[in-house]
Design a protein around this ligand. Structure first.
Ligand code: F6R
Length: 612
């Protein structure tokens, strides 16, 4: 999704803005631009289609643009094709209002028609140009200044936005507004910084303000004040970011994705240690009590993409351990389905970013219906974290690669803890079993490290199959949930067509796609289902498939069937996802590398999907 940065201080702004944008590259973009000025100079705008380096070349790494106050943007096209003309910053025709925007303005057509009636003309296809010209219109009509005109525009705009705006008549200030799109503000001695996400600020400060929904901020050189939509001053708390800057660097790895794959044991260890204290699960930080866990009759897990796959695994685990009915649903479906919810239900929204538009909308729907909500979230202070009744923070640290790995693993760990605690409280397991499960969980990080040691074999296999065109991942029960995640990793970063199937379902149609050489990965970590899945593997092999098996150490009979096998250490059957997912992440990663693709920033994808 689009990235916004801003700087207002005493240094030259453009190099700082370019550096900030480079930290947001992982969000995905197709064009970029800067607007910079000094107190006595007009606002200068430079834009470029394509990668950030094109913009850097055009501005001589920012040196060619003079000014100590500026805003920058990377655009991920929603309204209008990727082009220099549609790239941000956008401006009113007299260039007195210049701004950048992240989000989607749903009623932009209606607003555009209003402005056309007032003789405005439009040079781009973007909703952003409409928003800025609306602010310009109110500046002229009411002459109430920037905060007033932005607030008036906000009352007319429907949709989501994070806006950073400069006004010709207010040379030493930047104005920011947001609704349902993330925006962070950093203030140091003599300077202010703006960014869509924390990694762009870490180099300068860890003290940040998360501007609230439907609020406006006025940034001077080292000062910030906040207003609500009625233009009344409001106070916003300063928050200390705990992530260190190094966590957002590659640290010697070739790509963020492989670095983050290696950080998974730590992400899981840190998350577990924040929830397990003195051999007992402690959910007090989330606000969830034992009484709550006893009271809920049903759980709905709502999420998108990989977070949804965590939910799918969670469904098997929670239902089996805590004997509670769990329904898992894609947030984009849940939000428009008028779901049947009762006041004894709990809606769990899982999200790394905490900003995914569909997940946020699903959370709001549940809250509107008066249902209790829990967010399992990685980004502290994000919208879902702020709006959910209860929050369980995963401690994966900043995740930069577009394809999630460590956040997924940390989310799984969080789900295990919830499942085990609910199982104990609801009397489904005794204290002895509880201790045994905690002990198994504690051992997961070390076992994950062991799986990582086997990476060369997977690298070799991926290189051998780098020309694969179609792939299938099959498994039953939890192994089906793992297959879904393995298949998504393959599609998103390696661009190999792949499908995940419940192994028993293949023969109801899909098996007709299997032909000589089709690669099929059989996931068999659930011992009670091992023989069943293995016989499905035999079925595809007899139709010419090349088989990769993924199972626990000890299940060596799989070698009678599979052409290549990867083993994972044994653990409790409920927790195998944490180990089995790693070889599948590595397979996707190494295949993408072998094909020479942009692993960390796959085409068409964005890290944080803040539009519908
Ligand atoms: C896949 C991936 C996406 C995200 C999905 C939800 O590797 O990263 O499928 O899982 O977009 O994002 P969050 O967790 O930020 O809500």
């Amino acid at each position: 999704m689009c990235g916004i940065v801003g700087y207002n201080g005493s240094e030259q702004a453009a190099p700082i803005l370019l550096e900030g944008l480079s930290r947001l590259e992982y969000r995905g973009y197709d064009s970029a631009g800067l607007a910079v000025r000094n107190a006595s100079t007009p606002i200068e705008i430079v834009k470029a289609k394509g990668r950030l380096r094109v913009l850097a070349e055009k501005t001589n790494d920012g040196e060619a643009l003079h000014g100590t106050c500026g805003i920058g943007h990377t655009r991920w096209a929603t309204h209008g094709e990727p082009s220099e003309n549609n790239a941000h910053p956008h401006a009113s025709d007299d260039r007195t209002v210049v701004g950048v925007h992240n989000g989607i303005i749903e009623n932009y057509q209606e607003l555009k028609e209003k402005l056309l009636r007032h003789d405005y003309v439009f040079y781009s296809d973007t909703d952003t140009e409409v928003a800025l010209k609306l602010i310009h219109y109110y500046m002229g009509k009411y002459a109430g200044g920037p905060v007033d005109s932005i607030a008036r525009a906000m009352t007319r705009i429907r949709g989501s936005y994070a806006l950073a705006v400069m006004f010709a008549e207010y040379p030493d200030e930047i104005f920011v507004a947001r609704k349902d799109s993330p925006m962070v503000i950093g203030v140091t001695d003599g300077a202010c910084y703006i960014a869509s996400d924390v990694p762009a600020l870490l180099k300068y400060t860890r003290s940040v303000y998360y501007i609230g929904n439907q609020q406006i901020a006025r940034l001077g050189k080292g000062t910030v004040s906040f207003f609500d939509i009625d233009r009344e001053p409001v106070s916003v708390e300063q928050t200390e970011v705990k992530w260190d800057a190094e966590a957002a660097e590659k640290g010697g790895f070739e790509h963020f994705m492989i670095k983050e794959i290696h950080e998974q044991p730590k992400a899981v260890r840190d998350t577990l240690h924040s929830l397990i204290k003195e051999d007992h699960i402690d959910l007090s930080g989330t606000g969830l009590t034992d009484e709550d866990l006893r009271k809920y009759e049903r759980i709905h897990i709502v999420a998108c993409g990989s977070a949804y796959h965590v939910g799918l695994a969670g469904q098997y685990i929670i239902e089996d351990l805590a004997r509670m009915p769990v329904r898992v649903e894609l947030a984009s479906e849940f939000r428009y389905r008028n779901p049947l919810l009762t006041d004894r239900d709990l809606v769990i929204v899982i999200s790394q970013s905490g900003e995914t538009a569909d997940s946020l909308a699903a959370l709001r729907l549940a809250k509107e219906k008066g249902i209790e909500t829990l967010g399992i979230i990685n980004v502290i202070g994000s919208s879902i974290a702020r709006e959910a009744d209860h929050v369980l923070y995963t401690l994966a640290g900043p995740e930069i690669a577009v394809a999630t790995t460590k956040a997924y693993s940390a989310q799984l760990a969080a789900v295990y803890v919830l499942a085990v605690q609910a199982a104990l409280i609801r009397g489904c397991i005794d204290e002895e079993k509880y201790k045994e499960l905690l002990n198994e969980m504690e051992q997961l990080p070390a076992k994950m490290e062991r799986v990582l040691e086997d990476k060369e074999r997977i690298q070799w296999f991926a290189a051998k199959y780098s020309n694969a065109r179609d792939m299938f991942f099959i498994g039953r029960g939890i192994d089906y949930a793992i297959s879904m995640e393995g298949s998504l990793k393959m599609k998103e970063i390696s661009y190999v067509h792949s499908e995940a199937y419940a192994a028993g379902e293949l023969k109801h149609g899909t098996i007709s796609l299997v032909e000589n050489g089709t690669l099929v990965v059989g996931v068999c970590t659930q011992n009670h289902l091992f023989e069943k899945t293995r016989s499905n593997m035999v079925e595809v092999k007899s139709r010419g498939a090349y088989l990769m098996g993924l199972t626990n150490y000890g299940n060596y009979s799989i070698e009678d069937t599979a052409d290549f096998t990867v083993y994972i250490p044994r653990t409790d059957a409920h927790f195998t996802t944490s180990l089995a997912v790693i070889p599948l992440q590595l397979l996707g990663y190494y295949l993408s590398v072998a094909r020479g693709l942009n692993v960390d920033k796959p085409r068409n994808l964005a890290k944080s999907v803040t539009v519908e």
